[in-house]
Write a protein that binds this ligand. Structure first.
Ligand SMILES: Cc1cc2nc3c(=O)[nH]c(=O)nc-3n(C[C@H](O)[C@H](O)[C@H](O)COP(=O)(O)OP(=O)(O)OC[C@H]3O[C@@H](n4cnc5c(N)ncnc54)[C@H](O)[C@@H]3O)c2cc1C
Length: 347
């Protein structure tokens, strides 16, 4: 008998299966390949300070070092670079924003994320930055699609992957085990990203999905060692002179496809940041598994004690998933209590 069946091989299912494997658990991952999943479309930025109010990301001091060391381990296993440290330039949009920032600078918990306290100015022929910006330490870009590709190959080679759409009608849930197409496991854990809203066991969870669209632009002679963060962010990609521009947050949407509305929104916001000429290379979209209270959904169904969920990574899956996959795996294997903030029993 298997220990766990895991449905979904986005960043959530990959990380959870990895930490369970490290704890010698017998697992099977079921995933229908989707090259437009949220993880495949994500820019992969980890940014310790976000938003107009320059707020430190929830649990940044724990999540970021843990994610960094996890992706570094995978670089050794896969023999390929996945994590690229990048300096992030957050642009000010007013003198008030500059003042708000200097108040933040006085707080010791922000010190680790400040390159220096000076306002810096970029070339106005490239970036509109009348009020300058500040440089954030500790940011990075993770090659999320590259990670998924390598991890999938590894699961396939170990014969721990079933590549198909999960069929709920084929799932039998008994008191002490679950069975799916002749395979028995102690429990099943769903990591389906935004598809969770169609999961008959977890429909009661208050997801608040958000569609995200992004553009890939070609920009010659631009900043290829920095993320420029204004109304949109401009992030270098591994392809020379190509930049990821993102992203929209749309709560009312008709489908998961790139739209004219999304493109125009990005280009409108981009015009407040970018002064250099550009060409559009690609336009992509995916649905983020966001949650009303912005905390992951982890735990087991209130009635079916062997049907679990690991989801709700929202806008920050690349940094949240490694830490909370390890946390959940520890809970499953050694019985440590789940953090109340992420446990679905909070609902
Ligand atoms: C435009 C955009 C930009 C983003 N930028 C960032 C960023 O810079 N940094 C960051 O940290 N996060 C970012 N995110 C958020 C991040 O992508 C998500 O938090 C994360 O990818 C969610 O991962 P997941 O594994 O839960 O879901 P997904 O990546 O969607 O994976 C779910 C997997 O489950 C599979 N699946 C679902 N249902 C079934 C089924 N019935 N049968 C079989 N397989 C199934 C799917 O095929 C898929 O492989 C961004 C998201 C978007 C859309």
């Amino acid at each position: 008998m298997l220990d766990f069946i895991i449905v979904g091989q986005g960043i959530a299912g990959s990380m959870l299966s990895w930490f369970l494997l490290k704890d010698n658990q017998q697992i099977l991952v079921i995933d229908e390949l989707n090259l437009s999943s949220a993880t495949n479309i994500a820019s992969g930025i980890t940014n310790p300070i976000t938003g107009r109010k320059f707020v430190k990301t929830w649990l940044a001091d724990e999540l970021i070092p843990f994610a960094t060391s996890t992706y570094r381990q995978f670089e050794t296993i896969f023999g390929e670079e996945l994590l690229h440290p990048l300096s992030i330039i957050k642009l000010f949009d007013s003198v008030k924003a500059q003042n708000d920032w200097s108040v933040r600078c006085a707080s010791p918990e922000y010190l680790a994320y400040l390159k220096n306290e000076q306002v810096i100015y970029l070339d106005p022929a490239k970036v509109k930055n009348d009020f300058g910006g500040f440089e954030i330490n500790g940011g990075s870009r993770t090659d999320a699609a590259g990670f998924l590709k390598h991890y999938r190959l590894m699961l396939r080679q170990k014969e721990q992957l079933l590549e198909e759409k999960f069929n709920f009608e084929a799932l039998e849930v008994s008191e002490n085990f679950v069975s799916y197409q002749g395979k028995k496991a102690k429990a099943i854990i769903f990591c389906e990203g935004a598809n969770a809203i169609e999961n008959p066991y977890f429909k009661f969870l208050p997801f608040q999905l958000a569609k995200g669209e992004c553009l890939i632009l070609k920009i010659d002679d631009f900043y290829n060692d920095k993320v420029i963060n204004g109304e949109v962010f401009i992030m270098p990609t591994p392809v020379k002179d190509e930049y990821y521009i993102g992203s929209t947050h749309e709560w009312n949407y008709d489908d998961d496809q790139p739209s004219e509305k999304g493109k125009n929104e990005i280009l409108g916001n981009l015009s407040t940041v970018l002064t250099a000429p550009y060409q559009i290379v690609a336009h992509k979209a995916a649905i983020r598994p966001t949650v009303k209270d912005r905390r992951p959904f982890i735990g087991f169904h209130p009635e079916y004690k062997n049907v679990g969920i690991f989801n709700g990574m929202g806008t920050k899956g690349l940094s949240l998933a490694p830490f909370f996959a390890n946390h959940f795996a520890q809970h499953l294997v050694t019985g440590i209590p789940l953090m109340q903030e992420v446990d679905i029993s909070r609902i």
